[in-house]
Ligand binder design. Structure first.
Ligand code: DC
Length: 233
């Protein structure tokens, strides 16, 4: 497969990337890949081993020794497997949320993850979401999007996610946590979160997922993108 045809979606936590990436992948007949889930599985293993996420050597050791893989799920989503255990639900916990950004800053961790993610994209046409997809992982892609939304709106969406898991989390705490992750993700030295120069930037604050996907499909149809929609669309 050519990495040029794959679609890169980046943006801060809670911008709605995974929902629209899944919908877009379905519309195009592509594979959906959430790269954040790979970092989340690493964070979970760091927590399980009782390690300090700020201890670079310890985290890198875990990244080198652990077996993390992602598989397509039946409904077009993704399942995350950590050492042969399905941790798809467990990696969405608040504890993982608070550890995942610190463990994602280390260069050796990122090198390892980027290789794994590129290998997936060589195998299938993908819609891949993350923080450095348009800038690093799929830098060759001709189709890049950067989704953003206000911190308050993103926190509200996270609060709804937690409510679906039966948990009430205070909105102000979520805004604080999201802003903390934004700062770590966008100020780290290696592949910080930022729009690729050739990315289409979409502010999703007041848009529904359907409206965002329609905007993306319209951008992909523009002649300059030389993109052909598959028969599934
Ligand atoms: O997409 P997400 O919120 O599940 O990502 C969780 C964290 O993983 C995010 O805060 C930073 C890290 N991440 C990253 O550094 N690079 C990626 N491509 C994807 C996620």
């Amino acid at each position: 497969m050519s990495l040029e045809h794959s679609i890169a979606i980046d943006g801060p936590a809670g911008a709605g990337k995974s929902t629209v990436a899944r919908m877009l992948a379905h519309a195009l007949g592509y594979r959906y890949v959430s790269t954040g889930d790979l970092y989340r599985a690493l964070a979970l293993e760091v927590i399980r081993r009782g390690l300090d996420p700020y201890d670079e050597a310890a985290v890198v050791d875990v990244a080198k020794s652990v077996c993390i893989r992602v598989e397509r799920s039946e409904c077009g989503g993704q399942r995350t497997i950590l050492n042969n255990e399905d941790v798809t639900e467990e990696i969405r916990s608040a504890e993982v949320d608070s550890v995942v950004s610190p463990v994602s800053v280390y260069s050796q961790v990122r090198k390892h993850m980027v290789e794994a993610q590129r290998a997936i994209a060589y195998d299938a046409d993908v819609v891949m979401d993350g923080r450095d997809i348009g800038t690093v992982v799929l830098a060759e892609s001709a189709h890049k999007f950067y989704l953003t939304a206000s911190a308050e709106e993103r926190a509200r969406r996270r609060q709804l996610d937690y409510a679906r898991q039966g948990r009430h989390v205070d909105l102000a705490d979520l805004v604080e946590e999201i802003e903390k992750r934004d700062t770590i993700d966008s100020t780290r030295q290696i592949s910080p979160l930022r729009p690729a120069p050739d990315a289409v930037v979409i502010d999703c604050t007041t848009l529904s997922p359907d409206e965002v996907v329609d905007t993306m499909l319209a951008a992909l149809r523009r002649p300059a993108s030389c993109f052909t929609l598959s028969q599934n669309s």
